[in-house]
Design a protein around this ligand. Structure first.
Ligand SMILES: [Zn+2]
Length: 476
């Protein structure tokens, strides 16, 4: 039975998409619902989200933001107010047309994002420079009617936080845009062990209605990129469209400068595809709902279960500890909790109890550590820290291996054909080249990294004078 369990997960190299589906369903993160593209987050999947949410929420509050809650619906006339914004979102908006049996006089959109709702509110509560800055965040669900969907990565309804801020000056809004991008980057790297590239989106790829968009881009095991979070400087475009004005320090009426930034449940998809392997999920210790799983050995023997339960109580003060005292075979349990990505397993049997020791087994290396009971807390903490750091290092190495440079389009294509990943290449800044690269290779511009290099003076596509280094990739 134990073996049977593992065999059901498709190998990553055979079929990565099927591997992903196997992991999210068999590790009990999600179930499919009767609405296409909407998923049920099961307790284990939701617990992961809650841990990510808590970590991010503290960072959002530490940087001076307050949480609020906005309505789910946006009247059509309000959504229409910012032209670029509505154009960008119109193809994927869901509309409510009826209330009960009655047709509404105005359609209501189910929020795809809440810039205009925040804008309408800010117009009412901001009057003077003394009312600024306004630093709001909301945790909510949003709906985007996507054509193709995949659990976590692209779903019709998803969970996220969206920050919306108002400032006196362009510079303050810029600083805020950078600050929140750094918050996202630190969450990804320090908590999720997912390395990211920080940079700016091109005009074509920026948020609809923004002055510019900053992004963090991550690379998955299969060499495809995933946008992990974005932070937008909105300038005063929304403020002008919605009439958000304040009296400045000189007594003049002025529009506010705004930002917005968002981080979603798709990060769970990234975590799965960066750290997972053929045995299943692998969750970084900092967000693992269970960090240590106790598996009693020969638990029918006298004293073993009592001892294991005592250990659980004792360890629960220090780490998130689980115990499986069911009558399933230890081998089944080992496979099950490896598949669920629990970072550390603790085995304890009659002989261990006699020797006042237990065995710790790392999910990543399989390394077994015999640890004396009186050193257990310290050793567990040390090992979890080591696992967390090693996960980051492995991911960083893998990304480095999958990052290549291209000087012309044929090199570009050759790289994509042989070893997919990030391609660093120079770009002239023209949208025509961006379009051509996408059309001919399927890769899109991911970002112009903040750390620029000059690989050559020529655009990888047209050969004209290059302006920026760009990270390109096929992407989720
Ligand atoms: Zn070009």
């Amino acid at each position: 039975m134990a073996k049977d369990f593992v065999e059901k997960i498709t190998s990553m190299d055979d079929d990565f998409a099927q591997w992903y589906t196997d992991v999210v369903t068999k590790a009990e993160l999600i179930d499919y619902s009767s609405v296409r593209g909407c998923m049920i987050m099961r307790p284990y999947g939701f617990a992961i989200w809650e841990n990510i949410k808590n970590a991010l929420d503290s960072k959002i509050k530490e940087t001076g933001h307050e949480n609020v809650y906005m309505p789910l619906f946006i009247p059509e006339s309000l959504l229409q107010k910012e032209k670029d914004h509505i154009q960008g979102f119109a193809p994927e908006v869901a509309w409510v047309t009826h209330g009960g049996e009655e047709e509404l006089t105005e359609r209501l959109c189910v929020r795809p994002t809440s810039e205009v709702l925040f804008g309408e509110h800010y117009k009412n509560i901001i009057h003077s420079y003394r009312d600024l800055p306004k630093l709001y965040n909301q945790w909510a669900n949003v709906v985007r009617w996507e054509k193709t969907t995949r659990p976590f990565l692209r779903t019709l309804e998803f969970l996220w936080q969206e920050g919306h801020t108002c400032h006196e000056t362009d510079e303050e809004a810029h600083d805020e845009t950078v600050r929140m991008l750094n918050v996202y980057a630190s969450l990804c790297e320090d908590v999720l062990a997912v390395p990211v590239v920080k940079g700016q989106k091109t005009e074509k790829e920026k948020f609809a209605g923004a002055k510019y968009t900053y992004t963090i881009e991550s690379l998955m095991h299969d060499g495809k990129a995933l946008q992990a979070g974005t932070s937008h400087h909105l300038g005063d475009g929304f403020a002008k469209a919605l009439g958000i004005e304040f009296t400045n320090r000189e007594g003049q009426l002025q529009h506010v400068q705004q930002t917005s930034w968002g981080f979603t449940t798709r990060i769970i998809g990234a975590m799965i595809m960066v750290h997972g392997d053929d045995r299943g999920l692998f969750i970084p210790p900092k967000i693992a709902p269970t960090q240590v799983m106790i598996v009693p050995i020969a638990q029918h023997k006298e004293g073993v279960l009592d001892f294991a339960h005592d250990l659980k109580n004792r360890l629960s003060d220090v780490v998130r500890t689980g115990i499986d005292a069911s009558d399933k075979m230890p081998g089944w349990k080992f496979n099950e909790y490896e598949m669920k990505g629990i970072p550390l397993r603790l085995e304890v049997g009659p002989r261990d109890i006699g020797n006042k020791q237990v065995v710790l087994v790392r999910r990543d290396t399989g390394e077994k550590l015999t640890v004396l009971i009186n050193e257990l807390e310290i050793k567990i903490k040390e090992t979890l820290t080591a696992i967390q750091n090693d996960m980051y290092q492995r991911a960083a190495k893998s990304r480095e291996k999958k990052t290549a440079k291209a000087l012309n389009l044929s090199e570009f294509k050759e790289i994509l054909d042989t070893d997919q990943g990030f391609i660093k290449a120079m770009w002239c800044g023209g949208e025509a080249c961006e379009d051509r690269i996408k059309e001919e290779t399927g890769a899109t511009s991911r970002c112009m990294p903040f750390e620029q290099e000059e690989l050559s003076e020529e655009c990888v596509c047209c050969g004209k004078r290059s302006k920026h280094l760009v990270y390109w990739a096929k992407a989720y």
